[in-house]
Ligand binder design. Sequence first.
Ligand code: COA
Length: 379
Amino acid sequence: MADAEIKYGLAGVIADDTAVSKVMPETNSLTYRGYAVQDLAAQCRFEETAYLIWNGELPTKAELDDFNAKEKRERGLTDDLIAVMRKFPKGAHPMATLRTAVSFLGIEDSEIEDHATDKLYDRAISLYAKIPQIVATDFRLRNGKEPIAPDNNLGFAENFFHMCFGEVPAPEIVRCFDISMTLYAEHSFNASTFTARVITSSLSGIYSSVTGAIGSLKGPLHGGANEAVMDMLKEVGSAENAKAWMLDALATKKKVMGFGHRVYRSGDSRVPTMTAAFKDMVDIIGTDEAKMYWEMSRALDETMVSEKGIYPNLDFPAGPAYYLMGFEIPMFTPIFVVSRITGWTAHIMEQLGDNKLIRPLSNYTGPAQRDIIAIDKRA
Ligand code: COA
């Protein structure tokens, strides 16, 4: 097989059909089930988007109420899982603890061999309900605090804040989080989603697929960029230093986190929505630190666009927004999972709807076939 036929990294390969989302490089845009992601973020709560991603249509009021009631019934972790989480090493990365906790949910599920589509949807909602509590519980335990049980009087985003901090912040802050959830929910055949589909294709079960997807997202080339953005902003240190820092980074050919995209070449359609939500939050918080991160990110953005014509991606406004909400930097990728579980599980269901084992070919580059030399004769 000639090298020319190999698509390294599967770049440009169309691996299957999907009706979940469409990435349009020509317009830098993204739709979920035909709706522009920025319209969903502006006009719908994340719960509506989650329903849409799974069911293909936005819910009626009655359907949404029913869906939310189902999610609330699925909240809550077993005492066994919380006991296991107490034993996790405090220094473990929150993506590693999340991966282990989701795998544990799989061994607690007695119907794991059942691949019926209706059961899959129930499990998807169960994961969507339980993953926020796993992330919040892990955050509290690693900080020497007791876990907080979910509050069924609270919606999805409010409940996550409650379980992390024991309180719900101003509505603008909750709204900013909710918008980020919608924007991160789905992105076609990225590495973690494709991983989920590959695992699904061997009929291994939804928990294996989601555990594998978490492992894929954990990598710094995929989900870790929002954490890296915040580390970079801390390194920049002040708004005044931002322009000089960026010029130096470009002069020394540094990769600047939160800029550029493999698909979107002149701006990511999710960014203006997330940036506006971040600004609303900065105004509500009103601290010098919040203003400093806002001004710093504006200066970095302007300098990068004017010097190199490289635009920010979603991680650029999302990183400092999560930081100002009070989340620890290593939690940013698990928070991404709180949202992306919707897209992953929609793809798992779609894959099983018309499954074909995913098994590509490879171009062998090792030695030609040869005879074994007896062990006492080998040099
Ligand atoms: N900082 C500095 N320079 C960058 C850059 C960045 N974030 N992104 C791209 N460039 C440069 C490249 O080095 C390249 O320069 P060269 O022509 O001198 O070699 C040029 O811009 C064109 O790069 P391009 O082909 O568009 O990038 P890519 O498709 O190979 O990479 C990413 C895309 C996302 C991997 C890359 O932009 C990146 O690493 N970004 C930072 C990490 C990040 O934010 N990831 C989250 C993605 S959602």
